[in-house]
Design a protein around this ligand. Structure first.
Ligand code: CP
Ligand code: NVA
Length: 304
């Protein structure tokens, strides 16, 4: 049966570890994998802009011997020009896998349901699983051992926060989230990750102040205050989130040797100060690079 990557809810702890082990091999010996996806094609349907996701999937496929076809928002025009079901069934006759970046998470669920080839979520309003995996992989690379480490997420309880909650819990990392009231991650995500965390001897804590979230943290993570599709709320959110900026004062509450992370794109002077973003603690470009390595492992697991 084909396998999809719609949300990290669908992956077990050992499947995640399996992706990380393969990623280690891919980073160590690029040559060995240069033809593993020869003759395979990946479709990239994007309804939102992208730098990292698009380029890393495109180049990743090329490095594995395959190729990709990019479909911009106005080309497929998912659900408008043609139903998701018809798009899924048609593309399944041409390609070996589909990445979808979209608004409603249900679009990814539906595409996966009707496609006969693997579907990978390249970001939806609910989650960003490839990001979450690359982030935990990066932490694992930096600290070697991740079990028992604490990841603080400060800002909006959005798609990236959801994927981090799932990935951290399944990897045995503690997670401390700090958001303004009303901007917490979805309750169902918190409940599910609490359950997973407990099974892995880790904890999940949700706060409405940034200092509590960052206290005792080994990693401080933030993301934009207004995600793609929320541009009209940007001014209002700037006001609501202003005390949640990751700056010099806030990071001083974290553990010695802390890492600063951001999925990018970043807005220096809003969710993160330039000083912190560009400091020696920041690993944001290692994260960006690891998107490609981790996604190559995902592509091999799903497409081969
Ligand atoms: N982090 C991330 O997904 O970046 P893009 O939006 O540029 O793909
Ligand atoms: N939360 C952001 C992540 C971008 C990679 C968004 O959805 O726009």
């Amino acid at each position: 049966m084909k396998k999809d990557l719609v949300s990290l809810q669908d992956l077990t702890s050992s499947e995640i570890e399996g992706i990380f082990t393969l990623t280690d091999q891919l980073k160590k010996n690029k040559q060995k994998f240069k033809a593993v996806l020869a003759g395979k094609t990946l479709a990239l349907i994007f309804q939102k802009p992208s730098n990292r996701t698009r380029v890393s999937f495109d180049v990743g496929m090329y490095q594995l011997g395959g190729n990709s076809v990019y479909l911009a928002p106005n080309e497929i025009n998912l659900g408008v020009r043609e139903s998701i079901e018809d798009v899924a069934k048609t593309l399944s006759r041409y390609v070996d896998g589909i990445v979808l970046r979209t608004f409603a998470h249900k679009n990814v669920v539906d595409l996966a349901k009707f496609a006969t080839v693997p579907v990978i979520n390249g970001l939806s309003d609910f989650s960003h699983p490839c990001q979450g995996l690359a982030d935990i992989y990066t932490i694992r690379e930096k600290f070697k051992k991740i079990k028992g480490k604490t990841l603080a997420y400060v800002g909006d309880g959005n798609n990236v926060a959801h994927s981090l909650l799932f990935a951290a819990a399944k990897s045995g990392m503690n997670m401390q989230v700090g958001t303004p009231k009303g901007y917490e991650p979805q309750e169902s995500v918190v409940a599910e990750s609490e359950k997973q965390a407990k099974a892995n001897k880790a904890t999940v804590k949700i706060f409405n102040d940034p200092i509590s979230a960052v206290s005792g943290a080994d990693v401080i993570y933030t993301d934009v205050w207004a995600s793609m599709g929320q541009e009209e709320e940007a001014a209002k959110r700037k006001e609501i989130f202003k005390d949640f900026q990751v700056n010099k004062n806030l990071v001083s509450k974290a553990n010695k040797g802390y890492l600063v992370m951001h999925c990018l794109p970043a807005h220096r002077g809003e969710e993160v100060s330039a000083e912190v973003m560009d400091s020696a603690h920041s690993v944001v470009f290692d994260q960006a690079e690891n998107r490609m390595h981790v996604q190559k492992a995902i592509l091999i697991k799903l497409l081969r």
